[in-house]
Write a protein that binds this ligand. Structure first.
Ligand SMILES: *Cc1c(COP(=O)(O)O)cnc(C)c1O
Length: 367
């Protein structure tokens, strides 16, 4: 049995009628940009994420950029980001003209290490961007305390962790303004690019609404130099239909993770995901680690099991950031993760049989 890394089929088949209805509604309305569908989705998502405001935008990267921009971050400022994140977090900082400052993660949860944050803070530091990597909530209590002590903004990168919590409070509801992504492969995915900012600040929400739409509140009147970074009506309609299923899909991801956990316990040198006692995990990805990563990946590929590496090159070693002068060896934990991590198949609708087969193929690799 072939097991893909990601398979939309079980999710999309179950909601085909709702998605077709969503399309028909937008098609018949003849209103395609910033209308009732975006408003409805924003309200539903804000309620789900327990925040005052959601602002729908074009994608996750733009959500992070607009959050930083609305917080007044720009040239001459520094923003702390994890050394092991997806490049979008770092790019969002670069877009503002500010300098990304990398901070190493914990070796167990792979999330920002609060104990290392203060040594990265300088007089120029304006914000911290915790990334809830792979779907696990960061230690937000400690991060918010440090930020408040130093007068810093917090912008969560919640692209991978819809419905994850720390101390019972949802990711995307801690920071001053937070970005999330509805890229198709994310836990809540559109049928194309989409994203959102979540915030409890009336002022930041208002700024972001203006910035996403050409810096305009009234058509053809431009208050500031804004952007075209809007969420489409069509994507908003699809997302509203899918949002009703997010809790169920997240439960299924957690079930798949629990099956993996039982089946992969104590095999070879495999390191399984560890969840902080106060955190919950939304399992966007189920990431294992091994010194024999490339061999194991080849073995799984040969047995028609799809895997990916998140991420093979850490930001500080990317060619795009050569000008920063970041050296190989400068962020050893990020480098170690990049050479040892492997993401196993994970999607709502995966069965116990799928997981048993993946585990069996892995067991045979080590035998
Ligand atoms: C996907 C992702 C983003 C960017 O989202 P896009 O919608 O692809 O722009 C940002 N940060 C993280 C951690 C992501 O996984």
């Amino acid at each position: 049995m072939k097991i893909p890394f990601l398979n939309f089929d079980p999710m999309h088949r179950a909601i085909q009628t709702e998605m077709a209805d969503a399309f028909q509604r937008v098609y018949n309305s003849n209103w395609l940009i910033l209308g009732q569908e975006v408003k409805n989705f924003e309200a539903a998502y804000a309620q789900m994420n327990q925040v005052q405001h959601t602002v729908g935008v074009s994608n996750g990267l733009d959500a992070l950029f607009l959050s930083l921009k609305a917080c007044g971050i720009g040239q001459g400022d520094e923003v702390i980001v994890p050394s092991n994140t997806y490049i979008a977090t770092v790019l969002a900082v670069s877009y503002t003209g500010a300098k990304p400052v990398l901070s190493e993660p914990r070796t167990d949860t792979y999330n920002l290490n609060p104990d290392l944050l203060e040594q990265a803070i300088t007089p120029r530091t304006k914000a911290i961007m915790p990334v809830h990597l792979y779907g696990q909530a960061c230690e937000m209590e400690a991060i918010m305390q440090i930020a408040n002590r130093h007068g810093l903004k917090v912008i969560e990168d919640n692209a991978q962790a819809h419905l994850a919590t720390f101390n019972g409070k949802l990711t995307g509801s801690w920071g001053h303004a937070n970005g999330t992504s509805f890229y198709p492969g994310k836990n809540l995915g559109a049928l194309g690019d989409a994203g959102a900012v979540t915030t409890n600040s009336d002022e930041l929400a208002d700024k972001i609404r203006v910035l996403r739409n050409y810096g305009s509140r009234v058509k053809y009147e431009n208050e500031v130099i804004g952007y075209n970074m809007r969420l489409d009506e069509l994507q908003a309609a699809f997302l509203s239909a899918k949002l009703n299923h997010l809790h169920g899909w997240t439960e299924q991801r957690r079930q798949v993770a629990a099956w993996y956990h039982d089946a992969l316990q104590g095999i070879g040198d495999l390191i399984l995901p560890v969840t902080h006692p106060a955190a919950t995990h939304a399992y966007h990805l189920y990431v294992v680690r091994t010194k024999r990563r490339d061999e194991l990946q080849q073995h799984l590929t040969a047995h028609e099991i799809g895997t990916l590496i998140h991420y093979p090159i850490p930001p500080h070693l990317q060619q795009a950031y050569r000008h920063m002068g970041w050296r190989k060896g400068a962020f050893p934990i990020a480098e170690e993760l990049a050479t040892t991590c492997l993401s196993l198949p994970m999607w709502p609708g995966m069965t116990a049989e799928h997981v048993a087969q993946v585990a069996d193929v892995i067991r045979r690799f080590y035998a």
